[in-house]
Design a protein around this ligand. Structure first.
Ligand code: SF4
Length: 375
């Protein structure tokens, strides 16, 4: 590791921060001088902790241009201070959103696409489907209060140049991709842009299928948009339902109702696109009775076969920097502080007992997803 001149850690998800820091500590034991820079959602959220631990810099916001500048400074053996968007121990920074020259990603050193696992896609499209991941925009214009995308860059959205996204898709097709997963936290941030990308994808590669993530209210907002995406190759949509209860939806600021969820299911079914709802079952606002009615929601909407067992053991991940920490009920539920997150317990011990029982049954790890695709 430390034969390099510069070490960079990408920290997009909560699973990656503990691993990145463990590796970082090893790097620092081997070499206390080598510049080490972190970037990504969970780096932004934990910038001060990382800097206090010895990081040379943490990128806040878009990272491509900042990384180029960091590499140029390192090559010239210049200090990393006063680079826009890079917080260092001696120079705090403002978040910077700037992607002036987004280039086609270089995938030449990455493992073969066939070596990645996509259980959801295989379940829906069959064994052997080769999937390529592409991002068409970064960020999300919504403000769900549990979401790390919102917490780290608020409602800033950076739309990537369409031609670059399509060039990336083209190189994935050359590597064997038959299906594209748009990994945007919210594919319909800019609906006309998303539809244009999908239309050009279909025009250039009519055999390609794709999936994407979007909110239930955006599905409902314009059913013809979903219909059009199906005509262009859309096969399934992942959407964060979280919990079919208005108290919970309000607590996390989803800005839609339980009716929206049921309507989204109907829109998807009418359009002929698969729906992959994700849930956040164990949270501080749910009651024991609510949990009992959850299976009714699944059966009423014919969703029992659509929901993976892991979805039934999902628990709110309370990370440092979460906007939810301003909620007195959430604060009161905290039982332990860790370096990057808090443990919490539900006020009703029966809810905790139920979680433990389900977790045991599903062989869960205790911490499951939290947001849309991003987490
Ligand atoms: S949960 Fe989804 S819709 Fe809400 S802010 Fe996060 S990415 Fe956006």
């Amino acid at each position: 590791l430390c034969q390099g001149d510069l070490v960079i850690f990408s920290v997009p998800l909560f699973e990656s921060i503990a691993r990145a820091v463990a590796l970082f500590d090893e790097v620092r034991k081997l070499d206390s001088e080598v510049p080490v820079v972190f970037f990504g959602t969970y780096a932004t959220l934990n910038a001060s902790t990382l800097l206090a631990r010895g990081a040379s810099g943490v990128i806040l916001g878009d990272w491509e241009d900042v990384l180029v500048e960091v590499a140029a400074r390192v090559a010239k053996q210049q200090p990393l201070d006063a680079i826009g968007g890079l917080a260092t121990p001696s120079s705090p920074a403002q978040t910077v959103f700037h992607r002036s020259h987004h280039l086609k990603p270089d995938r030449s050193d990455l493992p073969a696409l066939s070596s990645y696992s996509y259980p959801e896609t295989i379940k829906r499209l069959g064994d052997g489907v080769i999937v390529g991941n592409v991002e068409s925009a970064r960020g999300c214009r919504f403000a769900c209060s549990y979401c790390s995308v919102f917490a780290s860059i608020r409602q800033k959205v950076t739309v990537f140049q369409e031609e670059i996204v399509l060039q990336d898709i083209e190189q994935l097709v050359e590597k064997g991709a038959k299906h594209i997963c748009f990994t945007d936290a919210e594919f319909l941030n800019a609906p006309s842009n998303a539809l244009r990308v999908a239309a050009t994808l279909h025009e250039r590669f009519p055999f390609l299928t794709f999936d994407f993530t979007t909110r239930a209210d955006l599905i409902v907002e314009d059913p013809s948009r979903i219909q059009r995406l199906v005509e262009l190759g859309g096969k399934f949509v992942t959407t964060a339902f979280e919990f079919p209860n208005q108290t919970v939806l309000n607590a996390i600021n989803k800005q839609f109702t339980v009716d929206t969820l049921e309507c989204a299911i109907r829109v998807c079914r009418a359009a002929g696109i698969g729906i992959n709802p994700t849930f956040l079952l164990f949270n501080p606002w749910v009651s024991f009775e609510d949990l009992n009615t959850f299976s009714e929601f699944l059966s009423r909407n014919d969703l029992e076969d659509q929901v993976e067992p892991v979805q039934l053991a999902t628990r709110l991940w309370l990370y440092k920097g979460s906007p939810l920490l301003a909620d007195p009920r959430v604060k009161a539920s905290i039982t332990k502080e860790h370096l990057f997150n808090f443990e919490w317990r539900h006020a009703d011990p029966d809810v905790e007992r139920l979680f433990e029982a389900i977790e045991k049954e599903t062989n869960g790890s205790g911490v499951v997803k939290r947001c849309c695709l991003k987490c």
